[in-house]
Design a binder for this molecule. Structure first.
Ligand code: DGL
Length: 270
């Protein structure tokens, strides 16, 4: 039974993996955190591209994955085209900031976007932004350091950075022109959702891309005739965790966010 490969620069992709496991409880997953070469969001495109291609190759060659989920907005922007070119027969799903769903939800017509510097600067994101309705105002905020603070579970730093970046957005809430919808455009930020919600207030809706990515993965596997048939519990809860960084960090995060998983293993990928 071939697993589905999922990777991110660190623990952020676990937020996508959580949605994937809910949508596909019968499947097996191999997760790679590239924490030894992170953060991606503040590195140059060539670095993120090279790392993503190396991890894609590793997942295909060493784990024979039947699909690949790039659970990182920054890596998707930098490398999804290269990954598709390198593995033309493999279903590959990326993640990008949910601008369109957010625009559809906003009543004030103002949407905030929190993402990495790399994502916001990418051609892919700029094209996505240009494709949105002119009726909606998007306020973009690069959140330097936030993914790293979440990665190291540094709660005071997460709070300080969320405070700084949400304050920079301008008025939030339901008053005319205020931001009432917030896109979490980095998979790490889902793990700061409670802090962000506290700071922004209950009226602001937070939107991430975990569920749409999971749904897209289901659809692609179904099209390829590669869904593990139900009913079967062959894959239930089967998950391998690999990291180029500290095994304990990934293991602790998985225990915290995915609730009880096995050990994480260290691996060199290059
Ligand atoms: N989790 C990644 C994303 O979705 C980026 C975090 C990082 O900067 O490494 O963009």
């Amino acid at each position: 039974m071939q697993p589905i490969g999922v990777f991110d620069s660190g623990v952020g992709g676990l937020s996508v993996l959580k949605a994937l496991r809910q949508a596909l409880p019968q499947e097996r997953f191999v997760y790679v955190s590239d924490a030894g070469h992170a953060p991606y969001g503040e590195r140059d495109v060539a670095h993120v591209l090279a790392r993503s291609v190396a991890i894609g190759r590793y997942l295909v060659q060493s784990h024979q994955v039947k699909a690949l989920v790039v659970a990182c907005n920054t890596a998707t922007a930098a490398a999804i085209a290269a990954l598709r070119a390198a593995h033309p027969a493999l279903p590959i799903v990326g993640v990008e900031p949910a601008l369109k769903p957010a625009a559809g939800r906003s009543r004030t017509g103002a949407v905030g976007v929190l993402a990495t510097r790399g994502t916001l600067a990418s051609d892919k994101f700029q094209a996505l932004l240009r494709a949105q309705s002119l009726q909606v105002r998007f306020v973009l905020q690069a959140c330097d350091g936030l993914a790293a603070a979440i990665e190291s579970a540094d709660a005071p730093q997460v709070h300080a950075l969320c405070t700084r970046y949400t304050a920079a957005l301008g008025p939030v809430g339901t008053a005319p022109g205020a931001i009432d919808t917030m896109v979490l455009g980095c998979t790490h930020y889902t793990f700061a959702a409670e802090v962000l919600q506290d700071l922004l207030g209950p009226e602001v809706e937070l939107i991430d891309a975990g569920d749409p990515v999971a749904q897209r993965t289901v659809n692609l596997l179904a099209q390829a005739g590669d869904l593990q048939p139900e009913p079967s519990d062959a894959g239930a809860a089967w998950l391998e965790l690999w990291t180029t960084g500290e095994a304990q960090t990934l293991q602790d995060a998985a225990q915290r966010w995915l609730v009880a998983t096995g050990p994480a293993h260290k691996v060199e990928i290059g």
